[in-house]
Write a protein that binds this ligand. Structure first.
Ligand code: NAP
Length: 257
């Protein structure tokens, strides 16, 4: 049903682990040439080796303009094109509002929002020249739809990505470049290892599907948004959360069989 993506080129930021690495693997399995990006060069390159195929790694800090320009230049030098950008790098260090410092706020906004902007901006010249491109932002349900204590700065950054996305989608539509987002719910990544079984069960109990999302659940959504078949979808967030945002109250969850 889906046209092949073989031979297309994707940059995936935050690809040394977690959701980004899963997206990179899913793209590579579909024949996409993937550049895995993280600040740690050894880990970015290891991720590329783990993924296999034609994947290659690059070290860049998405909050630094020179770094994201170098990222796009390296991809063009290696492959001659940039068809897909998964702007996924993000951080989520918790900080209660009462004690949150301006530096903590700026750090999260710089990585998550400024990093999104700079990653997109650096890839635009190539996508504009190609008159073709797919931009996929990793947002979250936290911020755009829900809240969670300790994550006011994080929620603001994830909601900001959607504001950015909507205008970017309009500006880029005539160039045949789409800009969409994925809104993951609670996804099982290495970061949750060590949190304990009781913690995980509590999280699962709040999700109508009674399981955490997998990295593959998010990666499949990214592959769809990168596909030719998604060419008329732009400026949208695809929520992938097992129904987590749906219950109107704890009572709705309790009423489930
Ligand atoms: P993760 O496992 O902590 O991985 C984060 C990745 O981003 C790493 O590769 C990290 O590598 C990279 N990174 C961090 N800061 C960077 C920077 N300034 N420049 C370049 N790369 C940077 O995170 P994750 O759980 O997979 O989350 C990935 C994305 O999904 C984030 O945007 C997050 O907000 C979103 N999300 C996650 C969940 C979830 O349940 N996990 C839910 C909703 C949304 P280095 O540290 O080496 O740079």
């Amino acid at each position: 049903m889906f046209q092949s993506l073989a031979g297309r080129v994707a940059i995936v930021t935050g690809a040394s682990k977690g959701i980004g690495k899963g997206m990179a693997k899913r793209f590579a399995d579909a024949g996409v040439i993937v550049m895995t990006v993280s600040r740690n060069r050894a880990e970015a390159e290891q991720a590329a080796r783990d993924i296999g195929g034609d994947a290659f790694g690059f070290a860049a800090d998405v909050s630094d303009p020179a770094s994201t320009v170098a990222m796009a230049e390296f991809c063009l030098k290696q492959t001659g094109q940039i068809d897909i950008l998964a702007a996924n790098a993000g951080i989520f260090p918790p900080a209660p509002l009462a004690t949150m410092t301006a530096e903590q706020f700026d750090h999260v906004m710089h990585t998550n929002m400024r990093g999104t902007f700079l990653s997109v901006k650096s890839c635009l010249p190539a996508m504009t020249a190609q008159k073709d491109g797919r931009i996929i932002l990793t947002s979250s349900i936290t911020g755009p739809i829900t809240g969670f204590p300790g994550w006011a700065h994080y929620g603001a950054s994830k909601a900001a990505q959607l504001g950015f996305m909507r205008t970017a989608a309009i500006e880029l539509a005539p160039l045949n470049i789409t800009c969409n987002a994925i809104g993951p719910g609670n996804i099982y990544t290495e970061g949750l290892d060590g949190m304990g079984q009781a913690y995980l069960e509590k999280m699962e109990a709040a999700i109508p599907m009674r399981r955490l999302g997998s990295i593959e659940d998010i990666a499949n959504a990214a592959l769809f948004l990168a596909s030719r078949e998604a060419s008329y979808i732009t400026g949208q967030m695809l929520v992938v959360d097992g129904g987590q945002i749906l219950p109107e109250s704890q009572g709705a969850l309790d009423a489930m069989a």
